[in-house]
Structures are given as C-alpha cells and as structure tokens.
Design a protein around this ligand. Structure first.
Ligand SMILES: [Zn+2]
Length: 192
C-alpha cells in the first residue's frame, strides 16, 4: 500500500502560490507532478509526490518558497479549525487558561497527525514550550539543508495554537531531519 498524507499538503499550496507567485507559476510547478488539475480534496495523496512538490517549490521559487509554505500551513490550520475540531471544543479551549488548553489541543493534534504527517511519527511533550517531534518527516525525506525546512508544519502548529491556546503562540522548528537531526522538532511557546 502506498504511504499517504492528507490533501491539504498540496491543496493549500495552491491559493498561496496563486497569490504570491501567480496562477501561471503555480500551474507550471504543479502540472509536471500531476497536480494540475488540483487533486480530489476528499482523497489522501501519495506522500512521495507531495514531497516532490514541496521540494520543487523550494528549488524553483527560492525567493518565495518560505512565504508560500507558511501561508499554506496557515491555510491548513484554518481547514482543521473549520472541519476537524468541533466548535464547542474550540470555545472551551479558548475559555481555558493556556496551560490547560495546550495539552488538550496537543492530544487532538496527535490524534489527527496522519493528516499532515503521513507516515512520519509524531510525538509531543507538554510545556510551555510544547514540543512536537516528527521523526522521518515524509515531506522532506532525503533532503539536505543548512537550516530547518519545515515552514509548512511550523505554520500549521502555530495557527492552531494561536487560535485555540494563546494569541501570542509562536512555533519554531529548532531541529530538522534535513539538517541531519534524527527528527524535526517544533517548539511552541506563548510566554513572550
Ligand atoms: Zn524539518
């Protein structure tokens, strides 16, 4: 069976690219990888094709790749808020102090991790800072870089914590498989 990841890893890149690089650039990037027309939003996608798309974005649009990945991560967070976390649970989380809301949101993220982590293995440590560790991150499998690459993942975490735990929550990828670390590591803090 093919290893798969949620379609937002592709779909949310599209509006971000259209806005930042233009629709023509988006179609030129997506088409060779079989993503033009855009994939079915209800079906999971082969994660190696998603990794190829994210890699091609970094190589073909080095000046805008980070900005596009962040916007796509924010869009993915918004999708999860609109479709995956019930409204009542969101109201409850927002009403709770951050230190109580954080572990509840963390458990919810772990439960849905397959949608944005594919076959990577996601674990978490409560905080602050809350630390998510994503081993064998499929989106950057085989990549080598001097600095962490996973802006899309960091933006997903940041959007969810900003909306549900604390408005000043900030996510930073402090270690990355692409720089030789055993796992990508994201720290989320709201105390400064
Ligand atoms: Zn990483």
């Amino acid at each position: 069976m093919t290893a798969r990841i949620g379609p937002n890893a592709v779909l949310q890149l599209a509006p971000a690219m259209d806005r930042i690089a233009g629709e023509g650039a988006r179609r030129a990037l997506f088409a060779p990888l079989g993503f033009d027309p855009l994939p079915d939003p209800t079906a999971m996608i082969d994660e190696t094709r998603v990794a190829a798309l994210h890699g091609a974005l970094r190589r073909q649009h080095p000046e805008n790749a980070r900005k596009i990945a962040i916007a796509a991560g924010q869009g993915t967070g918004d999708y999860i808020l609109a479709n995956r976390i019930p409204r009542g649970a969101q109201s409850l989380l927002r009403a709770l102090p951050a230190r109580l809301a954080a572990p509840i949101l963390t458990r919810a993220i772990l439960a849905h991790g397959w949608t944005f982590c594919g076959t990577g293995s996601l674990t978490a440590k409560s905080g602050p800072p809350v630390v998510f560790t994503l081993a064998d991150n499929p989106i950057i499998r085989g990549e080598r870089a001097l600095a962490p690459l996973c802006h899309w993942h960091a933006a997903v975490f940041e959007r969810l914590f900003t909306r549900l735990v604390h408005p000043r929550a900030h996510a930073v990828e402090t270690a990355c498989c692409a720089t030789g670390a055993p796992a990508c590591r994201f720290e989320i803090d709201w105390r400064h």
